[in-house]
Write a protein that binds this ligand. Structure first.
Ligand code: ZN
Length: 469
């Protein structure tokens, strides 16, 4: 039995690891490579294995960098089951349809510009996405499932987004038994809505993410106080508040905070717009899975039921409804994608509002270099949007502390839940984050963690690791 590191062994996107037990093959995640155009073209490269020869997939959570290549895997011949937590199955339907629709539109556009080019074929279609969705098999947290002879699986709550799971794998071959824990993405402790990441007592091998292995998030109290202050300032300046946010996870977290601090933040005096069809769908799915909430969220849900939702919350599905918000020069809080301002409806809101002194932009997520969001965060006085120059008169605020990922302290705390000394492999992080976390583990815990290279192989019987020869 062995594990081959394939995607997200270097970098943070395109998560995919290949597990072999006897003659059987199982993928742990099958994510999209995300980033610049060149990076994303790599999604078209053939898989380094025959998709038809893969027996099953175990999916940690719905985010596209973990799930987004599955429709392609199915199109290329995969016919096995895809195991995931039930809420993940629901979220994948929405995310894959959206990704496929986007790919179809982009391909049609490229087809008009460069007839005959490979890029005019969509990476996958909505039909491929629907066929992949049919292969999903929903599991409950804690349920043990024998997915193949010699391979048992149990999903545990990772506290990262709705349905996110730590994957516990019980492997057996030639009388040797091993337990491996694949972390997927690990959530922050004390995050809104969701439970804390589950403490796992027992494993021989831990494959863990290290996205923020080199930093600490700002505290939740500071973050909440800061958001309240920004809303008050915008009220005073008689402007709008713009919140670029990822449709899945961050948008729901913000709505939750609005529900929790509705009175304290004086939200009855604001019109709040959730201006993203995908965020509206994701919110519906969050609302339909109250069994996955933590205690505080369960209480708030009851209270919101009595309150006929957030008063003043508008769900704007159509483009016309979204355009109509442009008429409001003050008193509107607008939550829209994309999270990094490089596409989606937030773009037209920024065009309308950036030139206004009364406007406040609340940046709540990571902004990659090269994106409009990053230029705003870096303090640009002038930005170019869709070929037009815009002066930035609005106030730009960067609010830390709402990350869906564990920081260094959270990662250490989670790893501290294991008894004994499992072998630790660090994946899903930029090189600097992984190295910093590796050093931290060595100094504070005496653990020698391995940073595997793409193509590296972990022999699970002997518990030895080798880079690709
Ligand atoms: Zn994730």
């Amino acid at each position: 039995m062995q594990l081959e590191f394939y995607g997200a062994a270097s970098g943070v996107t395109g998560s995919c690891h290949i597990l072999s037990v006897g003659s059987r093959r199982v993928l742990l995640d099958c994510g999209l490579i995300q980033g610049g155009r060149e990076d994303e073209e790599r999604n078209r490269e053939p898989f380094p294995f025959d998709p038809a020869a893969v027996d099953a997939v175990i999916l940690s959570h719905a985010h596209l960098d973990h799930s987004g290549r599955l429709p392609l895997l199915v199109r290329e011949g995969f016919r096995g089951p895809i195991y995931a937590q039930g809420a993940t199955c629901d979220l994948c339907e929405v995310l894959w349809q959206d990704a496929a629709g986007l790919a179809e539109r982009e391909a049609a556009y490229q087809g008009r510009r460069h007839p005959g080019a490979e890029s005019q074929r969509p990476l996958y279609t909505r039909r491929d996405a629907a066929r992949a969705w049919e292969r999903l098999v929903g599991l409950r947290y804690g349920e043990h499932r024998e997915v193949l002879p010699g391979l048992g699986v149990r999903l545990l709550d990772a506290g990262h987004i709705l349905g996110s799971a730590l994957v516990e794998l019980d492997l057996e071959e030639y009388g040797v038994a091993r337990r491996m824990l694949y972390s997927g993405d690990i959530g922050q402790y004390d995050t809104p809505i969701l439970h804390d990441p589950t403490a796992v007592p027992e494993a021989d091998v831990v494959l863990m993410e290290s996205t923020y292995g080199d930093r600490l998030h700002r505290s939740r109290e500071d973050t909440i106080r800061e958001i309240g202050e920004i809303i008050a300032a915008a009220r005073h300046d008689q402007g709008n508040v713009l919140i670029p946010a990822f449709a899945l996870g961050r948008s729901q977290e913000i709505l939750y905070l609005f529900g929790q601090h509705y009175e304290a933040w004086g939200l009855d005096r604001w019109q709040i717009f959730l201006d993203s069809p995908m965020a509206i769908e994701a919110t519906r799915i969050y609302w339909e899975h109250p069994q996955l909430y933590d205690e505080e969220a369960t209480k708030l849900r009851r209270r919101l039921h009595e309150m006929p939702r957030l008063q003043g919350l508008h769900l704007t599905r159509t483009a016309q409804e979204s355009q109509a918000i442009n008429r409001l020069h003050s008193g509107a809080i607008i939550i829209a994608g994309s999270g990094m301002c490089d596409g989606g409806r937030i773009v037209h809101h920024l065009k309308q509002n950036l030139g206004r002194r009364g406007c406040h932009v609340l940046i709540v997520g990571f902004q990659a270099s090269g994106t409009l969001g990053r230029r705003l965060v870096d303090g640009a006085q002038q930005v170019r949007i869709q070929g037009e120059e815009h002066r930035v008169q609005a106030h730009i605020h960067t609010v830390g502390g709402l990350s869906a990922h564990a920081d260094q302290a959270d990662l250490l705390r989670w790893l501290g839940g294991f008894r004994g000394a499992p072998a630790v492999y660090l994946v899903h992080g930029e090189a600097a984050a992984k190295q910093a976390f590796q050093a931290q583990l060595r100094e504070t815990r005496g653990i020698e963690a391995v940073i595997p290279a793409p193509g590296g192989v972990l022999d699970l019987g002997r518990l030895t690791y080798a880079n690709r020869p």
